[in-house]
Design a protein around this ligand. Structure first.
Ligand code: URA
Length: 293
């Protein structure tokens, strides 16, 4: 009886299907050549409180599809040393303390962006292609804050570039705003792999930077797009359908800014029927900027 051996083309097709499966499931970043048993690893956290300053970023891992399949007869893989920068293995609260100290050093938005580009205590930077710092006018009276960049933003290096961004542009245009009259950022400036939500630890580490960014922009009105931005900046635990339309006060060094919570454009793309609520919020924003509220 004749049995057919799988051809190299079959093996390649299987491998591509296997990779496609992972990308579909959201695992679209290769961190290392071998799987890690994180639970079995010894605790190698950084022993000092402050992460090393201005340490050169670890080289970004590069996908090597051919090395996914070990040659026949090779010994079982040994977990290699961690590949992240040393500071990224610090405890999140140590990293947040370090972030706060570094963010405070920034005297301008350019300096803050450079400090963030050097900051390696947030693991997200190792899977992201680009730092997504901001877009728009730093002198604007209004600052919009989203959650975290997606794939388009990561590729381009600017916030709100994809479908959510196009909707945000339309919503701003409806009340006479655009990217020359508004400043746009995110509470987390690196894309979480596979577009997952940033973890509370990642948000906590990035938070001092966004707080400093707000101080340096010094807007009259901050518009939080969605629950993560609203909860991070106001401390509320309420969901966005409760907080949207609510006006909070946000403490800046010398005065209070107004903070308006509203729905995230990505949510509106999924639930267009809710656009009427966002429209209400944007009209309230217009009235605030016109001094009529
Ligand atoms: N969603 C966000 O919250 N931010 C972006 O920059 C893009 C999509």
């Amino acid at each position: 009886m004749l049995t057919s051996m799988p051809s190299p083309n079959d093996a390649q097709a299987d491998l591509i299907a296997y990779l496609d499966f992972h990308v579909e499931a959201g695992a679209d970043a290769v961190l290392d050549e071998q799987p890690h048993d994180r639970f079995g690893e010894p605790d190698t956290r950084a022993p000092t409180l402050r992460a090393p300053r201005r340490q050169a970023a670890a080289p970004r891992p590069v996908a090597q599809p051919n090395s996914l399949v070990p040659p026949p007869g090779s010994p079982p893989p040994v977990a290699p040393a961690r590949t992240f920068g040393r500071a990224a293995s610090a405890q999140p609260d140590e990293a947040a303390i370090d972030a706060r100290a570094r963010a405070r050093e920034a005297k301008s938005l350019d300096e803050l962006e450079k400090i963030l580009a050097d900051f390696d205590a947030c693991p997200l930077r190792f899977t992201a292609k680009n730092l997504v710092f901001a877009d728009g006018n730093p002198d604007a009276r209004v600052m919009f804050l989203g959650e975290a960049p997606g794939a388009d933003e990561d590729r381009i290096g600017k916030p709100f570039m994809g479908r959510s961004g196009q909707l945000l542009d339309k919503m701003m245009a409806a009340i006479g705003l655009d990217r020359t009259s508004a400043y746009i950022g995110n509470i987390v400036p690196w894309r979480p792999p596979g577009n997952r939500n940033p973890t509370p630890q990642e948000v906590a580490v990035c938070r001092p930077f966004v707080e400093r960014q707000i101080e340096l922009v010094d807007p009259e009105v901050i518009v939080c797009l969605g629950a993560p931005a609203t909860q991070t900046l106001t401390g509320t635990k309420d969901g966005i359908l409760r907080t949207r339309g609510r006006l909070f006060s946000y403490k800046l060094p010398t005065r209070e800014a107004k903070l308006l919570a509203t729905l995230h454009p990505a949510f509106l793309l999924r639930q267009p029927v809710q656009k009427r609520l966002a429209w209400r919020d944007f009209r309230a924003l217009r009235a605030l900027l016109d001094g009529k509220a």
